[in-house]
Design a protein around this ligand. Sequence first.
Ligand code: CNA
Length: 278
Amino acid sequence: VPESTKPENLSERSLPAVADYIKSGKARKVVVLTGAGISTAAGIPDFRSPETGLYANLAALDLEEPEDVFSLPFFKENPKPFYVLAKDLYPGKFHPTISHVFISLLATKGLLYQLFTQNIDCLERAAGVPADLIVEAHGSFASQRCIDCKTPYPDEKMREHVSRAVVPHCEKCNGLVKPDIVFFHENLPSLFFDRRHMAEEADLVIVLGTSLTVHPFAGLPDLAPVEVPRVLFNMERVGSLGSQPDDVLVLGDCDTGVRQLADALGWREELEAEWRKL
Ligand code: CNA
C-alpha cells in the first residue's frame, strides 16, 4: 500500500492506533485466526519453519513426503508414523502461550466474536477461551473414532495408546482409530462453514502465527470488508495481509507483538497475571 494511502478506520497503520481503535469501542466483533506459530513458544513445532518445523524433521519417521503423515490413503497403509508424531503433539504436555491467553482475555472482555484455529493442540481451550467461541477448523485430538465404522473410541484408551505410540484399533470392527483431526483432502468440520460468515461481520481481524497456505482457512482474512482493520502477528508477511490501507503488520514472534498491544491497551498486567495462573 502506498504510504500516502490513508487508512479508513485507523488513525495510522500502527499498533498504538489499533489499541486506540479497540479502546474507542469500535472493535466489538473481533475475529481471531491462528495457526501453529502461536504454539511454537509452547514447545510444539510448526510445519513449515525452516530447521525447527516438523516438515524439516520427518526423516526420522521415514516418510517420502512430509504431507504423507496427514494423508488418509497413507495412514490406511501405514498408521505408525502418524502415531509417532501424535505422541509428541498430544495435548496435556504443553502450556498455553501469552498469545493464547491474549485471545482468552479478548473473550473475557466480551470482544471476541469468534476464534478460528488451525491448531490441533487444544491450547486455546486450555487458556480458557470458551468452547462456543472456538472453531477448530482442522479438528483436534479431543475425540477419535474408527475410520471404517465411525464408532467413537474411549479417551482414556486413546491416551494410553498415544503415550506409547501404539496404533489403536476399533473395539467393534478392528478398523484403524484416528483422532478427529482433518487430514489432507478430508472435509473440514461443518462448524467451519456454519460460522465462516462471522469473518465477514468482523470489525477487527487479528491473524497470529500462520503461513496462510492451507485452504479454505487461508481465505478467511479476505472475507472481511476491505476497510476493516487487520493485524498480522507473524514471523513473515503472509496471504494478502499488508495489501489494504487498514492492515497493520507486526513481524517477529507473536508473543512479543501481543505484549506490545497489551501494553498499548493497558492490559499488560492482567495478561501476565492470567498467564501465570494457568
Ligand atoms: P505453518 O504452515 O507451519 O506456519 C506457521 C507460521 O507461523 C509461519 O508463517 C511461521 O513463520 C510462523 N511462526 C512460527 N513461529 C512463530 C512465532 N513464535 N511467532 C510468530 N510467528 C511464528 O502452520 P499453519 O498453522 O499455518 O499451517 C496449517 C497446518 C499446521 C494446520 O493444519 C495445523 O493443524 C498444523 N499444525 C498444527 C500444530 C499445532 O496444533 N500446534 C503444530 C504443527 C502443525
